[in-house]
Design a protein around this ligand. Structure first.
Ligand code: ATP
Ligand code: MG
Length: 332
């Protein structure tokens, strides 16, 4: 049995990057409920400026969208992070394992702290400690594999370091998880700024395709994607031609073809963009349609989440209790 765990933050509407980088891998995992756990990590959404009503709305939307994308309660455990107290219980022990220095080195902390400061907001302490809570999310389930996009690799590496350190100091307690990345589109870039990752939070604009965008909106965003100057035709070169490489990656992820080979079939950017737009629209169409059906019955989604939290609690409790004993705390 391989246990997998992953999550998505309700900081915005889910994007094409979330789908290609993460969600699609989760759906493909096709496992038994106790082997695959997927989580709407709502506590992580509180690390930046947030509106309570919006977080609640986005949490519901994310869960609905994950079901629409093909996760099913028969094949996985889908739940909301804040419904399972074991995550925060374990996070404290891991804060006693991590160091201030290693958290300040996290790239996302540096980026998001800079963005908060630029917006004139304070940098929340939880923004610094967020990767420790994420480590707790993962380690609480004896997770073997964490399917994520490339941007989360550093946090999963930190999780491994903390697990190994804890095990060395206090005796074997945690499974040491490994990261799994998709072969193509592990880092989908913003269509308007192909040197930045497509992300759902912040001022996500015309360069971000959302999973629930109408076909016409998807087309417009793709057709207006920034391409690169140069007369070399369509070539796959991530460093010199990041805009075109990104479009080829997205097309490759949608069609299963190799982006380098795809490039050879195009004489100009226009035809490439039209094919990318068609492929993305068709990829997302069934998910959008299923989302509309599921959103009409929010009670059913809530029921899935309640049952998921129950099952997750049952799995996490013995692991977290084991860690409490190992670190030197008295039995309750
Ligand atoms: P935020 O800006 O709030 O961090 P996000 O779009 O990065 O939002 P997350 O909830 O942080 O979304 O990430 C959910 C999953 O989606 C993670 O596994 C992450 O690696 C993956 N992911 C996020 N953005 C991309 C992207 N542009 N390309 C590929 N994978 C991505
Ligand atoms: Mg992110």
């Amino acid at each position: 049995m391989t246990r997998i765990f992953s999550g998505v933050k309700p900081t915005g509407h889910l994007t094409l990057g979330n789908y290609l980088g993460a969600v699609r891998q989760w759906v493909a995992a096709d496992q038994a409920p106790e082997d695959a756990l997927f989580c709407v990590v709502d506590l992580h959404a509180l690390t930046i400026e947030h509106d309570p009503a919006r977080v609640r709305r986005l949490s519901r939307e994310a869960a609905t969208l994950l079901l629409a994308a093909g996760l099913s309660p028969e094949k996985c455990t889908l739940f909301v992070q804040s419904h399972v107290d074991e995550h925060t219980r374990l996070a404290y022990l891991l804060e006693c394992t991590a160091t201030d220095g290693e958290l300040r080195r996290m790239i996302q902390y540096k980026e998001k702290a800079a963005a908060a400061q630029a917006a004139g907001a304070g940098v929340r302490l939880s923004l610094l400690t967020y990767p420790v809570l994420m480590a707790a999310d993962i380690l609480a389930y004896d997770t073997d594999e964490v399917p994520v996009g490339e941007d989360q690799r550093q946090h999963v590496e930190l999780t491994r370091d903390l697990a190994v350190r804890f095990n060395q100091r206090y005796g074997p307690t945690f499974a040491v998880p490994k990261v799994t990345l998709p072969a193509v589109a592990a880092r989908v870039m913003d269509l308007q700024d192909p040197t930045s990752k497509m992300g759902k939070s912040g001022d996500a604009g015309a360069g971000v395709v959302f999973m629930l965008d109408e076909p016409g909106v998807v087309r417009k965003k793709v057709m207006r994607a920034v391409t690169d100057s140069g007369d070399g035709g369509v070539v796959y070169d991530r460093a010199a031609r990041p805009g075109v490489a990104n479009l080829l990656d997205v097309l490759g992820a949608c069609t299963g073809a190799d982006p380098v080979v795809l490039a050879e079939g195009y004489g100009g950017y226009g035809a490439l963009k039209r094919d990318v737009a068609d492929a993305v629209v068709e990829l997302l169409r069934p998910v959008r349609e299923r989302h509309a059906e599921l959103a009409a019955d929010p009670g059913a989604v809530e029921k899935v989440l309640r049952a998921g939290a129950e099952r997750a609690r049952g799995l996490a409790r013995p692991v977290v209790d084991r860690a409490y004993r190992a670190i030197g705390l008295l039995e309750r």
